[in-house]
Design a protein around this ligand. Structure first.
Ligand code: RAM
Length: 562
């Protein structure tokens, strides 16, 4: 089991210091940076409160839709199913209204698909007197295991409060109840904990009130996409819709929080589908409003009860802020926002790039989380170099677009040096692929990020990716987040048919296993895999998994496969 803290301070190639370093304020040691500073005319405190206020003014009003339960179901253990259970239909959901319930009784409702929202119902007492409160226990399931398996004893490393269960006491019956907390679910298990010897409970009008800030109708996939890809797209869009709340949440079940890495991918899918541009802008400002003292952005920020900083920092996420900003400016045409947030984006490159050595090689500082993926075996040296190089190139283009010519030229110079260094340090000429670290580890992460960073030519990149995929010791991704970058890299080097096949295999594998929304973690050979030591704390509707909705809309299905 591993906690996020262990991951930062733990073992393996990420073993680092116990305190985060105060990054060198001076960028003089960093090639290409001269005396640049992120000077802003306004006092920083005032600036940041103005940005919070701006972000708050962009908070969307959520659209609410009522959903009726479809069936009463009964879980049956089934080892032939990836998710370990099949859900047998017992009766239509309406049959609930004809029954009465006493302590010890329970039922599970299936709403037919996943939504983020609230639950409401009417409850009355049938019998001599309603002489005691009714006590009910609710468990909300994104997948069958959530409602079919005991959630306790909980073994996970994240807060137990995320487990999707609540006990509710209703004082006076009859009553119309709307549970105050928001949940993320397809299934709802209701256990009757207490009525009294004098009465049984009866339920009517059980409803889900689904909420989302995804309002517009997404355009259809390009003609030529297979039925399997259409289904993958529909599940991707449902994932994005359910994560689009008053921010782009990473998962509506957990952490319900804004992370830079998730935001960047959700925003890409959103530009091609629901096109809620104001929501992206809100999130970019929320990050920018809470930098560390030296300007480093938090990997995540909290939205509720009011916008606030987190204490998490991830080197690759900080660097990728500039890519998210560039994507936003390109897709919205909002250059004013680009200019206002430019110093923030630039500051990330100053800080993350401060340890690029004179030869152009990034020596990532110790003591700070380099994420890339949840695969713990992964050596991140080469992929982190690739992320930063990719970000310099994105920054160079954004700077040119915004009219900051000097910045653009400087970044192009750094990028040239980092490209040469990457080829020298990471390319294995005998294997024709890229390796990472002293152990010369071969991984898809390394190939993907060096390809996305434009280190090899398209043809050489395709060779490297194919060689890595065929290598018996290749380290594979653990999450859809990294799979997204692998597919993007394949598309960047003309491997269209292999990219599509990978989407069909990986995301299609989740669909075949019964996914209504895509999962945070998917290991085709282990349905219990969890970065947190307990699968019940995994999120089964996770932002970073929604990108087929983006990827499939960048592919020209009419043109012969690469
Ligand atoms: C996961 C979060 C989020 C991700 C971070 C790194 O646990 O849910 O999706 O960005 O960790």
């Amino acid at each position: 089991m591993i906690s996020r803290r262990d991951f930062i301070h733990g073992t393996g190639n990420l073993v680092m210091l116990t305190a985060l370093p105060a990054f060198a304020e001076s960028s003089a040691s960093s090639p290409g940076f001269g005396a640049e500073t992120a000077a802003h005319p306004e006092n920083e405190g005032t600036l940041h409160s103005r940005w919070v206020a701006l972000a708050e003014s962009l908070k969307p009003v959520l659209k609410e839709e009522i959903q009726l339960p479809i069936s009463i179901v009964h879980p049956q253990a089934d080892s032939s199913k990836y998710l370990r259970w099949r859900m047998d239909v017992v009766s239509p959901a309406a049959a609930i209204e004809d029954r009465t319930f006493r302590p010890g009784d329970q039922f599970i409702l299936d709403f037919g698909h996943h939504r983020t929202g609230y639950l409401s119902f009417s409850i009355s007492g049938v019998g001599r007197n309603v002489d005691a409160p009714a006590r009910l226990r609710f468990t909300f399931g994104e997948v069958p295991g959530d409602v079919a398996e005991p959630l306790h004893p909980y073994k996970g490393s994240l807060g137990e409060g995320w487990l999707p269960e609540d006990t509710v006491t209703i004082d006076y019956l009859p009553q119309d109840v709307r549970l105050p907390r928001r949940y993320s679910f397809r299934y709802v298990k209701v256990e009757i904990v207490g009525t009294s010897p004098s009465y049984a409970a009866r339920f009517k009008n059980i409803r889900a009130h689904a909420v989302s800030s995804a309002v517009n109708q997404p355009p259809a996939l390009p003609a030529g996409a297979s039925d399997a890809l259409q289904r993958i797209d529909a599940v991707s869009l449902a994932t994005l819709r359910d994560c689009m709340q008053t921010t782009f949440e990473d998962g509506p079940r957990r952490d319900q929080r804004l992370w830079i890495g998730d935001l960047r991918l959700q925003a890409l899918a959103n530009y091609k589908s629901f096109r809620n541009l104001a929501l992206v802008k809100r999130c970019l400002y929320l990050f920018a409003a809470f930098p560390r003292e030296d300007g480093l952005l938090r990997a995540c920020v909290f939205e509720k009860p009011k916008p606030a900083a987190s204490g998490d920092f991830i080197l690759d996420y900080a660097a990728l802020y500039v890519a998210a900003l560039f994507d936003y400016v390109k897709n919205s045409g909002d250059r004013d926002c680009g200019r206002e947030l430019w110093p923030t984006a630039k500051r990330q490159l100053e800080i993350v790039g401060a340890t690029v050595d004179p030869s152009g090689l990034l020596i990532a500082p110790k003591g700070i989380w380099v994420f890339i993926d949840w695969e713990l075996k992964l050596d991140r040296t080469a992929s982190m170099h690739g992320v930063l190089l990719y970000c310099y190139k994105q920054a160079a283009e954004l700077a040119a677009l915004l009219g900051f010519t000097e910045d653009s030229e400087r970044y192009q110079n750094v990028a040239r040096r980092m490209t040469v260094a990457a080829q020298e340090h990471f390319f294995d000429a005998s294997e024709q692929l890229y390796t990472s670290g002293a152990g010369r580890q071969i991984s898809l992460a390394t190939q993907a990020w060096l390809i996305l960073a434009g280190v090899p030519t398209q043809a050489a990149g395709a060779v490297a990716m194919r060689k890595a995929l065929a290598h018996p010791e290749v380290v594979m991704p653990a999450t859809p987040y990294l799979y997204h970058h692998v597919v993007s890299a394949m598309l960047a080097c003309n491997m269209k048919s292999e990219a599509l096949a990978l989407i069909e295999r990986y995301w299609g594998g989740m669909v075949q296993a019964g996914a209504d929304t895509f999962w945070e973690v998917y290991n085709p050979s282990d349905s219990l895999a969890s970065p947190y030591g307990d699968v019940h704390i995994n999120s089964f509707c996770h932002a970073w998994s929604c990108t087929p909705a983006y990827l499939l809309r960048t592919i020209d299905f009419g043109v012969a496969n690469g």
